[in-house]
Design a protein around this ligand. Sequence first.
Ligand SMILES: Nc1ncnc2c1ncn2[C@@H]1O[C@H](COP(=O)(O)OP(=O)(O)OP(=O)(O)O)[C@@H](O)[C@H]1O
Length: 813
Amino acid sequence: MDGQSGKTMQSLPDTLSSLKGFNKYLTPGWIESVSHILKELTPTKPHKVMEEDTQNVFECHDTELDIKVAKIQDEMVSLGAQLKQKTLQKRESLNNYLDLKGSIRVFCRMRPFNHEESYSSRTMFTLDESNVFLKVAETKTKQYKFDKVFDPCSTQGDVFSEVEPVIKSAIDGYNVCIFAYGQTGSGKTFTMEGKPKDLGVIPRGIQVLFDRASESNSRFQLTFSMLEIYMGNLRDLLVPGSKTNGLKNVPSLSIKTDPDGGIEIENLVAVTVNNFQEVKRLYGLGTRLRSTASTMANSTSSRSHCLIRISLTSFDAPERKKARNKIWMIDLGGSERLVKTKATGKRLKEGKAINLSLSALGDVIDALQTKKPHVPYRNSKLTQVLRDSLGCESKTLMLVHIRPNENDLCETVCTLGFATRVRSIRLESEESPEVKTRKEDFLKELEQTVSNLEQECDNIRREIKKLEDTVEHLRGPQTSASTNFATSHPSTQELKIDMSKNVRSLKNHREVPRGLPRFMKPTAASQHRIGLNNNVPSINRMKPPMPPKRRPSSVYAESVRFPVNAVTWQSECSSECSISMTSDMNWTPSILDGTECSQDASEYEIKQVIFSEHEKPSQGQVISFKEWQLTESENMQNKTEERSIIDIDNWIHQQILQSAGTCQSKRVLTVPHVTEEETFNIPSPIKIEGTKGCKQAQDEKSELTLQPPPLDAKDIKRPKAVNHFTTAELCSPPSREHCSTNETKKHMNENLAYQGRSRRSLQENLDGCMLKLPESELNTYPEIRPQEEEHSIGNVVYHWRMCFGNDLFGDKR
Ligand SMILES: Nc1ncnc2c1ncn2[C@@H]1O[C@H](COP(=O)(O)OP(=O)(O)OP(=O)(O)O)[C@@H](O)[C@H]1O
């Protein structure tokens, strides 16, 4: 070593010391590499001295840095507390605002004249902000009042701005229900779905939910489900086979009530969604399976009620009303006078079914509005499904649609009459002008408060983010990550993984999901103060003690079937004949109208959830808030365990599996990520965890690990310009040899609770689970005419079909 390097070496410790002043910019990694260089070079000072110097720098660095970081973290905790408080205030203000406006609100929208109408038609209506006036005679008008009226010139944006507060309250943990009601062709689908360049309430609302969830400091899991109520039956629109007889054993959807009055639809597919694009694809799939037909009134008339459900779950947002809630967005079937539509055969039956259920809906809302002691929920499937989302503590919005022309006067009057009934209790004529003005002022005040609080929350979030960045800057990326102060919302992907991990870890290790928002966890300083062991990662320190897990829920469903006389039933209930038919009914051609028609209407099924005595809360029991929180958290875990979170690459595989096994539990699935151009890779094994009440569990060989067939990837190249799932995705056949029993054996005992279900071998079911679109449907949609391929596994031939579809929420690709 020459003199120069010796000099350098001599000055290095000094340099290190001089850097003390800059230690906030030094990362431990940097210091480590410097000390490593020092060790490598021949020291002019003894090693020990140099190490001491380096150590000093480290110590100084650590101490000062820790103090600084601790300060920032304290600040973040206090900001976190402020944010929580503001969020609570905002929730309350928004809720007061909505309550004052009415928890059941009715808007009216009149669509513009269409091309056919515009030349010959004239209207008899005049509108203002909240009234529709009908001219009944030269000097006489009839007035219909609404919470808001949208004239034919109003835009989708205008409508959505009024709907948005209700959607926001879903983020606050309220159940929400938004309906589009009106005569066929009056613009319900236009309002709810919209057009590619003019999106409606559903896409806009879903976007808002994602935005709000990501802005929030809590973690959310959103799942998407889509079903239709067709002629009094529930059909899962995300399960292609439920409409056709291609899949004979599609599990039936049945309505269950939990002890809190919550409604769950057993077997309804719920797909975990991470972003708007995923919802769009699922919506596309569901819409294609929806029952529509050409009628005299509308060439693409909806022949059923279409229900979209977004379920929201957040385990770490105690300020929310409920940890798990849902928002329904419903495009109701067209209310129509059957005389006018001149419907016959099947169309007539469809029309009757729609009218009956709409009338039942009117009865329910009327009973809720007038606070009648009995609310006739049971009179239709529609009201049974929506039982926990209508009325108390939930927000309901009905968008009533009317056509502008004189020819539709009768229907319009019926629609307006229905709306008036729905809105009955709040007829503003009862309010004096003074009260009205005061109310309006208060509403404005509340609106301003909500907007200010939203602004304040945003500012706090930004401040927390800034502080978080500072910590990261001070400590370097690795260390700051371990501080666990990520206040920005984790990607939903992360959440999804996290939540499914939670479920699994709950199963395996009985851990509590994180009960506190991350920024509420103790800072390094507060950890010192309360004497927590520094060696324990902070993430584990704040976990509350895990209460002993309850043994597997003793909830079971009893299924009772008995024949009913349809006539008696109808006469007993003023509304829709609520006959439940299982979805594995056969859709056979009807002689009358030559189209598909359900059979077996003579069976009436009651499903009731029965809870063992020890699970019922004892009357008048008083528990502390802390205990309540623990119990709530425990309940949620148990409920989560009952859900089956399924980790799959191609969730549609699940449909085949489910159809084969007739799983009797709720299904939460994930959407596969498939990009436009990419080759459709052979999916990885499907793993199903804890499907409660699975029939497979009763079968001897039923391990629910599926693998795709040993096909060549080139065989299943994804066609271009596909926006929906291709049928290839839908039809990936499972390989029989991979089905065994390990996973589901655990649930055998639970299955015993299910009564009256026949056993069927998985093998037999797999043989029958060919997934095909019916020919009739393919003829209706020539553009989705599939390319068919055949692959055989053993004796079974699987059909693969690829088809092309349009983008539902917009841009055709
Ligand atoms: N506000 C509007 N602005 C422009 N066009 C509209 C509007 N509302 C409806 N339309 C058009 O009117 C036609 C019928 O509307 P839509 O299909 O939404 O009716 P609908 O009530 O859903 O009917 P159905 O009950 O039979 O399904 C569509 O072509 C739609 O684009």
